[in-house]
Design a protein around this ligand. Structure first.
Ligand code: GLY
Ligand code: MN
Ligand code: MN
Length: 428
């Protein structure tokens, strides 16, 4: 993997020319009192370095004669490592991670200006770490103070996202290998859940067994808080309490995925706990499934990203009109989003190191064009929650639909010839 991280840095450096890019490791987050959540590296930082420790800074200075890749890290301190774990240290940063030069974090203020003073701009994402923003701004300000004497130095700060995230959007073979593993453990967990589900079982029992598998298979754990939502809970998009007991006529919506090598799986299935749909559940399920299958057909290189959502919306609206849940002119319903009380989210998102991965969806009026190597989810749904009201001019919702919530989600890779569904192993 070291060679691949180097390739990524070189590709980024080729694009930033005389700039210097600065990346900050992820902050530690407090769970309670003096206990922190398990550390999870910032995805940009990890993508470029593979370095998985907190309190670090990576600098890319393509214009520097010798030090094009510099890491500032926590130095080795055996008495601290006894408490908080192994550190690569300054030497490890060079030997294990390929840094041309490395320093302890305590030398950042002294050493960083050397890598900025000849740059024409600083590439940095302002916003994530306020304290570190101040550090970057302080150095920039100091360099600008001496600019009149030197006539050289960074005159702007530019967000790294547009360049770096366009790279992250197209997955390499090595990344796809990890994404396939994330998909595989997510598939296995859903199959297990479908076996377990029956009346009397608690949602958390299913959650527990799925999350156990994510770790048991060598993954990092859940990719996001698992949603195991039975009956009316399925209408709450981010339901995570998972404490209800499954009932005979329930649908069970499970939106859960595992991470592997920090890449994420993201699968939703909805199925009847007893094995049989009620007639109403079946009608809505078939409609969502048709929308999902038609939307997946649109995952083809050269197609517009927006086509996926548009296709799903049109199928759902047509079906809701057949059921008299929506009435009127179909084009107006779609244009004015009158379906939104029942379908309030988008049909998918990029998937990768982040579950809602980076990458542009829309360049102004122009949708992103699908191309091989992109991975995305396709996840239409319909939700008839207890308090949902139709928009003005649309009929009241018939009580027989109340409490039904259905979503079906797969992870789809765009290939040269079409697409590959990474999560096809879970039945629909
Ligand atoms: N589970 C998060 C999502 O489906 O977007
Ligand atoms: Mn999901
Ligand atoms: Mn998703």
């Amino acid at each position: 993997m070291q060679a691949e991280h180097r390739q990524r840095r070189e590709k980024l450096m080729a694009k930033i020319g005389n700039g210097t890019a600065i990346f900050r490791s992820a902050p530690m987050a407090v769970m309670h009192n003096d206990v922190e959540y398990a550390f999870r590296q910032d995805s940009d930082f990890f993508y470029l370095t593979g370095f998985n420790e907190p309190s670090a800074v990576a600098v890319l200075a393509p214009h520097h004669d010798e030090h094009k890749f510099v890491l500032f890290v926590q130095p080795k301190e055996p008495e601290k490592e006894v408490w908080t774990g192994y550190r690569a240290g300054v030497e490890g940063a060079k030997e294990l991670y390929g840094a041309d030069e490395a320093f302890p974090m305590s030398e950042l203020d002294e050493k960083l200006p050397k890598y900025l003073e000849k740059a024409d701009r600083i590439y940095y994402h302002l916003g994530r770490d306020k304290a570190f923003n101040d550090t970057v701004l302080k150095h920039w300000q100091q360099l600008m103070r001496t600019y009149p004497k030197r006539g050289i130095g960074p005159t702007a700060i530019e967000d790294t996202g547009p360049i770096l995230h366009a790279m992250r959007l197209i997955k390499s073979e090595a990344e796809l290998e990890l994404m396939r593993k994330a998909a595989a453990i997510s598939v296995e967990a859903h199959l297990l859940a479908q076996e377990m589900a029956k009346p009397g079982v608690f949602e958390y029992e299913i959650q527990a067994e799925m999350e156990r598998l994510f770790r048991l298979r060598g993954g990092n754990g859940p990719a996001y808080p698992s949603i195991v939502a039975s009956g009316p809970n399925a209408c709450i998009l981010h339901y995570i309490e998972n404490n209800r007991q499954l009932q005979e006529n329930d649908l069970l919506l499970i939106d859960a995925g595992g991470a592997y090598g920090y890449y994420n799986g993201d699968i939703t299935r909805t199925f009847p706990v007893s094995g049989n749909f009620t007639p109403e559940q079946k009608v809505i399920y078939d409609l969502v499934l048709t929308a999902q299958l038609k939307a997946i057909e649109q995952v083809q290189p050269g197609n517009e990203w927006s086509k996926i959502h548009e296709t799903a919306v049109r199928v759902l609206v047509e079906g809701l009109m057949d059921l008299k849940i929506l009435v009127g002119d179909i084009e107006e319903i779609i244009k004015e989003e009158k379906y939104k009380p029942y379908y309030m989210h988008r049909t998918g998102h990029w998937l990768g190191l982040d579950v809602h991965d980076v990458g542009v969806y829309q360049f102004g009026e122009q949708s992103q064009i699908l191309q091989a190597g992109q991975v995305l989810t396709v996840e239409p749904g319909l939700y008839f929650g207890g308090n949902i009201k139709p928009v003005e001019g649309q009929p009241e919702l018939d009580e027989r639909w109340r409490g039904i919530g259905i979503r079906i989600e797969d992870d789809v890779l765009v290939t040269n010839s079409g697409h590959e569904i990474l999560t096809a192993g879970v039945p629909k």
